[in-house]
Ligand binder design. Sequence first.
Ligand code: CAA
Length: 240
Amino acid sequence: MSRIALVTGGSRGIGAAISRELKEAGYTVAATYAGNDDAAAKFTDETGIKTYKWNVADYDDSKAGIEKVESELGPIEIVVANAGITRDAPFHKMTPEQWKEVIDTNLTGVFNTIHPVWPGMRERKFGRIVVISSINGQKGQFAQVNYAATKAGDLGIVKSLAQEGARANITANAICPGYIGTDMVMAVPEKVRESIIAQIPAGRLGEPEEIARAVKFLVADEAGFINGSTISANGAQFFV
Ligand code: CAA
């Protein structure tokens, strides 16, 4: 029986590449999405990967969704907490709503995704958790006080979970993508995006598949001693 992997935000952008990579590696994948039914149906048609709709910012919604996935596919042994949003604005213009939306989705959403599967992982003595953080959680970013706070928070989550789960063969690791060619980065004004690319020694945006490869590495059965780590994948833009 192949292991079951849950990928939040798994039908678009980096998440879609992760879902595809894990399916190709032989895992059974459940991909969640928040809003776009047509895009999700198209993704399922193209890939054969089942999609489930719920709001990661809502605990009860997440718990019910996870129960549905487990009743249809089996116990979730791999979680990739990938779903995330931006609401960029310079701090003096950032509204409490922009702060809250990003915290609820990117930070509380990670709690809501992992917490319901954690007891089962502890009982079965196996779990692989990967949280998709960001270069901007490592270095901060102009107009992203909200987003950078959540992505830095993700690193605190994995470092703590790594210590709690280690004895039960549960690992928790983070990947910090740099600027990847997805809708999220394409939404940045062109001039700003050009200036960002100029700061990347690789001279280009990353590909979603370059992040998916790192996820596959971390979720392998053989990766049990890699725990609490942060993998940067940013074209040499920033080192910690
Ligand atoms: N560094 C320094 N200054 C910057 C800047 C930057 N990165 N970006 C904008 N500014 C400057 C502007 O040039 C402008 O300066 P002037 O007032 O002297 O003209 C000033 O900041 C503020 O500009 P505006 O008042 O026009 O700002 P705005 O309210 O229209 O907001 C913005 C514009 C939202 C900040 C827009 O510039 C933007 O989206 N910037 C990109 C932010 C960013 O990098 N987001 C990352 C998204 S990708 C992602 O998050 C994925 C990941 O994990 C990597």
